[in-house]
Ligand binder design. Structure first.
Ligand code: SAH
Length: 207
C-alpha cells in the first residue's frame, strides 16, 4: 500500500509514509472487511459511513503538515484510522464523532492498539471543540457545504484546516492557513466524501 498507492503517487513526507506503514489498517476496519483493508478504495464502516481510501488519508495528513508537538482536532472519527495515523505524528488528537456507536467502537479499538494520546467525544463537530482549543491543525473527514467560522476561531496562529467543501456531487479539498486574523484558502483537488451531518442541505433536497 505505502509503495504502490502512496509513494508512487507523490506522497513524499517520510513521517506520513512511516505512520501509514505502522498503523494496522486491518485492525480498524470492520472485522468482515479486514482482507480488503489495504485496497485502493474507501470501505463501508456501517451507519452509512466510509473509511477513506488510503491515498486520501495520506494526502490530508501530508497537507496538515503537523509537527510532533502539535495538537490536532479531527472532525469525523469514523473507525479511528485517520485518528491513529495522526496520533502517531502529533502530541494529542482530539476527535469528535456524531454517531455514538462509531465513536465507542473507535475508542475501544484505539485502546486495544495502545494509542494513548487521543481524546474523543460524541457530538457535532460543526461546533469544533471550544474547551480544548486552540489547535495547530483541524482535519474534517466529511464534507460541509462551507467552512464553519468557529473552526477558524479555534485554530492557533499558523494553523491549518484540511477540509472537503461542497455538495453531494461536487466537492473540492481545501487547505486554509491562519496568519494573524486572516484565513488563506487554497482549493486543491476534486474529491468525494460523505456529507457532514447537520449541514445545510443541497438545493435538490439530497444530503
Ligand atoms: N476519518 C474516518 C472517516 C470517517 S467518514 C476514518 O478514518 O474512518 C466521516 C465520519 O464523519 C463518519 O463517521 C460520520 O459519522 C462523521 N460525521 C458526519 N457528520 C459529523 C458531524 N457533524 N460531527 C462529527 N462527526 C460527523
Amino acid at each position: 500500500m505505502v509503495a504502490e498507492q502512496l509513494a508512487a503517487r507523490g506522497i513524499g513526507d517520510a513521517r506520513v509514509l512511516a505512520a501509514m506503514e505502522v498503523v494496522p489498517r486491518h485492525r480498524l476496519v470492520p472485522a468482515s472487511l479486514s482482507a480488503e483493508a489495504y485496497a485502493d478504495e474507501p470501505l463501508p464502516i456501517g451507519h452509512g459511513q466510509t473509511i477513506s481510501q488510503p491515498y486520501i488519508v495520506a494526502l490530508m495528513t501530508q497537507l496538515l503538515a503537523a509537527a510532533p508537538g502539535d495538537r490536532v482536532l479531527e472532525i469525523g472519527t469514523g473507525c479511528g484510522y485517520q485518528t491513529a495515523v495522526l496520533a502517531s505524528l502529533v502530541r494529542e488528537v482530539c476527535t469528535v464523532e456524531i454517531v455514538a456507536a462509531l465513536a465507542q467502537r473507535a475508542e475501544a479499538t484505539l485502546a486495544e492498539l495502545g494509542v494513548a494520546n487521543v481524546v474523543g467525544r460524541v457530538g457535532d463537530g460543526r461546533r469544533g471543540w471550544p474547551e480544548r482549543a486552540p489547535f495547530n491543525g483541524i482535519i474534517v473527514t466529511a464534507a460541509p457545504r462551507v467552512l464553519e467560522p468557529v473552526w477558524g476561531e479555534q485554530l492557533a496562529d499558523g494553523g491549518r484546516i484540511i477540509v472537503p467543501l461542497g455538495g453531494r456531487y461536487e466537492q473540492w479539498l481545501h487547505r486554509f492557513i491562519k496568519r494573524g486574523p486572516t484565513l488563506y484558502d487554497e482549493r486543491l483537488l476534486a474529491v468525494r466524501f460523505v456529507p457532514l451531518i447537520g449541514g445545510t442541505t443541497d438545493a435538490d433536497g439530497v444530503g
